[in-house]
Design a protein around this ligand. Structure first.
Ligand code: SAH
Length: 397
């Protein structure tokens, strides 16, 4: 029933036996039949034993991604079961709570490699990243609408990684219609305008939801510096939490104007907030030279290291900003520092931050570890799904 078979080289079945879903090109002995891009293949060990059923991706170094390790049909019913299971996970975890923007499907972690689906109020935003998710995209779109009883899907398949699969970018309305490209979503009781067309990722950084709330809880009476503020996720929460001042830095003027919009949307005291359009690396140096100080510094930079290969250069970038941030921290202050680079794991990130504190001459304690929210689960068999890590570092008196 699969359109072809993919046979592995001797000894290369180990990761599949541990249920890791990726098959790299170097592990492949040969392909039989003529599977199309994204079509289903049976994956066999070198001795011909069935191991998995996977989506074939002829252009990618990740030559196939596993749909299932069972001998079951990969068809619309199969995907319906996977979608139902992902929706049930979110329901059980009560991610909806006081937020109506959250991730419904997180690719490999939810057993559907390549497919990301985020919900913003009544609109689903779909991102298809691989040949396999592309092959099934239309069927997946129909199933998603049936299972959620919603009617609109906006597509944001414009991530760079699609190129590695030989796929062109695709964006726009995939199903239904949209009254406005801007959705006003609620996150833990606060409102944020999200532009589905031009917003980063599927529109915003849903993965920071819980961490923004934590900042709200910690910000009372604090002078806050929010670096890489984008549209103000942390800034708005710090103001809502009673910060005395918030200085928000981003290099994008558009992001800063959306940040101001989001402050107004929540009727927060805008006189306590200042926006600075600047490069964070330069701004922090300038603040250090001016002897400025803050009670809370937030660092949420973009991905410096998408892959492990770029980790070294990225490490220098992280060390630089964290070192400067420690220097600006008052006694009793807190550095809340993140990395969303897949190539830097939590252990390495902690070492980088420790090195930064050492060179800044600051004694600090990790008082909390932060990560992506429960709507971005991590399959135990796919540790690559964990990418966002954060540390709350406290500078005691
Ligand atoms: N904290 C945000 C997400 C940050 S995304 C949230 O919770 O929603 C990263 C942001 O960093 C983007 O807005 C981008 O414009 C900005 N950025 C990237 N490089 C920068 C630099 N060198 N200096 C200042 N801002 C930068």
């Amino acid at each position: 029933m699969a359109a072809g078979t993919l046979r592995l080289r001797p000894g290369r079945e180990k990761s599949l036996l541990r249920r890791h879903p990726w098959i790299f090109s170097g592990a492949v002995q040969g392909v039989n039949g003529e599977p199309v891009s994204g079509g289903t293949v049976d994956v066999l060990s070198s001795s011909g034993q069935f191991l998995a059923r996977a989506a074939y991706s002829p252009n990618s170094q990740i030559r196939a991604r596993v749909w299932t390790f069972e001998d079951e049909r990969v068809d619309a019913d199969f995907f319906r079961r996977r979608i139902r299971s992902a929706l049930a996970t979110r329901q059980t975890l009560k991610v909806e709570g006081q937020s109506n923007g959250y991730r419904l499907i997180y690719a490999e972690s939810d057993g559907i490699p390549g497919l990301i689906v985020d919900r913003y109020r009544e609109v689903l935003v779909l991102q298809s990243l691989t040949a396999g998710s592309e092959f099934w995209k239309s069927a997946l779109a129909d199933l998603l609408l049936e299972e959620t009883r919603l009617s609109t899907i906006y597509e944001r398949s414009d991530a760079d990684v699609r190129q590695l699969e030989g796929l062109e970018p695709q964006t726009g309305i995939l199903r239904g219609d949209l009254a406005s490209i801007i959705i006003s979503m609620t996150e833990n009781g606060l409102k944020f305008n999200v532009n589905l067309q031009s917003g980063h990722k599927t529109g915003s950084y849903l993965d920071q939801r819980e961490n923004r709330l934590r900042v709200r809880e910690l910000a009372k009476d604090k002078a806050v510096l929010d670096c890489f503020c984008y549209t103000g996720g942390f800034t708005v929460n710090a103001l809502a939490g009673g910060a005395t001042s918030v200085l928000s830095i981003d290099s994008s003027a558009d992001a800063l104007s959306l940040c101001s919009e989001n402050i107004a949307l929540n009727h927060l005291n805008a006189s306590r907030q200042t926006s600075l359009e600047a490069d964070v690396f330069q701004a922090l140096r300038k603040f250090r030279d001016e002897n400025r100080s803050f009670d809370m510094v937030i660092l949420d930079p973009p991905k410096f290291a998408p892959t492990a290969a770029q980790a070294e250069r990225a490490a220098r970038g992280y060390k630089d900003i964290n070192l400067l941030a420690f220097k600006l921290l008052r006694t009793g202050g807190m550095l809340i520092t993140f990395s969303c680079s897949g190539g830097i794991d939590v252990g390495l990130f902690q070492k980088i931050v420790a090195g930064a504190a050492l060179d800044a001459g600051v004694e600090a304690q990790i008082v909390e570890h932060l990560s992506q929210g429960p709507d971005h689960p991590v399959s135990l068999h796919f540790p690559e799904g964990a990418y966002l890590k954060g540390l709350v570092c406290y500078k005691p008196g």
